[in-house]
Ligand binder design. Structure first.
Ligand code: FES
Length: 351
């Protein structure tokens, strides 16, 4: 897992040095060089941040966009430009899965095999595509067309099972549609994603992730930005809420007030006390235990913390956990009007 092949410092930092990162000599020899333009673009990235080291993530995407992966040369380039050690850059490059440590194919195919996709067929899709390509996880087909990987949840569970190509979404796949997609990619085609920007290739999307346009002209770039962004499954919740007349709580509900006003017993503490159904005169603070519990409720930063503190308050009257009145209610129904998310059971009772 070291950043550089055989790198002692990489091993020392990560404690793990097993998987090979050294490409074959002919592959290294064929890598496109990091040019003066790469350096100029790196400086452009660095200028976006107050501290040079903050530019590391887009810098890694930049070298990946040129060479197809974070090669030892690209890693050392980032370290030199940012004043970091190779070990520091390697620790980052080996932590995030979007930074590849082997030469990648023209396209990166990611098959979600996380829970929801897996039960709906994601694992079968992965196995079928893997068999077609003759490769496993993080490996590249012999023709250099596709690198395959298992992916954890791609944050598109409402479209499961999901496959991405170069991080563009192909929703609600099955074994045959995914096999057809990969076959088309190997023929050099670029099937349109279900939503989002048109497909380019792995180096192109890496360039975009570095903060530069991957498109040849402004019109193409504009069209990519204007690609279809959302599908029906994402909107189902919105439609159901509209049908039921449900609305979201105000945006500022539950936001913490500045601590000084809390310390002074200012408006927030009073509001919290009222929200908990407590008395305005502070009569609950009659014992050290109750005073401590009041303080815990008043100083909570989030609705969840406040609910937890209130649940353990001596005046709560209910043990921690789900209240008996709640146990028969299943599902994800919106709480009754007047009780927002994060408010605890005792609050609902008192309201
Ligand atoms: S489990 Fe596959 S997108 Fe969430």
């Amino acid at each position: 897992m070291s950043a550089l092949p055989g790198s002692y410092e990489g091993t020392a930092v990560t404690g793990l040095d097993s998987s090979p990162v050294e490409a074959a000599p002919e592959v290294l020899a064929a890598l496109p060089p990091l040019t003066a333009q790469t350096e100029a673009e790196a400086r452009e990235i660095i200028a976006r941040y107050p501290e040079p080291r903050s530019a590391l993530l887009p810098m890694l995407h930049l070298v990946q966009s040129v060479q197809g992966y974070v090669a030892p040369e690209g890693l050392a380039f980032c370290a030199t430009m940012l004043g970091l050690t190779n070990a520091e850059v390697g620790a980052v490059a080996t932590f995030y899965t979007m930074y590849k440590r082997h030469p990648t194919g023209r396209h990166l195919v990611s098959v979600c095999t996380n829970t929801l996709c897996a039960v709906l067929g994601g694992q079968r899709i992965y196995e079928a595509v893997s068999a077609d390509l003759g490769v496993g996880h993080d490996q590249t087909a012999a023709d250099g067309s596709v690198t395959l990987e298992h992916a954890e949840c791609l944050a598109a569970c409402d479209y499961a099972p999901v496959v991405t190509v170069d991080y563009e979404f192909y929703d609600q796949q099955d074994v045959e549609s995914a096999r057809a997609l990969v076959t088309a990619l190997r023929r050099g085609e670029r099937p349109a994603p279900t939503r989002g920007a048109p497909l380019t290739d792995f180096r192109g999307i890496s360039r975009q992730l570095a903060g530069f346009s991957q498109h040849a002209d402004a019109a193409t770039e504009r069209a990519a930005v204007d690609g279809p962004g959302v599908g029906e499954p994402t909107l189902i919740g919105v439609r159901l809420a509209a049908e039921r007349g449900e609305t979201a709580p105000p945006m500022d509900e539950g936001l913490p007030s500045p601590r000084p006003s809390q310390a002074q017993g200012g408006p927030r503490k009073e509001a919290v006390s009222q929200a908990q159904g407590g008395p305005r005169d502070g009569a609950t603070g009659q014992t050290p235990t109750k005073r401590a519990a009041d303080t815990a409720v008043a100083s909570a930063d989030t609705p969840a913390e406040r609910a937890g503190a209130a649940q353990h308050h001596p005046d709560s009257g209910e043990p921690a956990g789900r209240a008996p009145a709640e146990r028969g209610r299943e599902g994800t129904d919106t709480p009754p009007t007047g009780t927002g998310a994060g408010q605890n059971n005792s609050v609902e009772r008192e309201v």
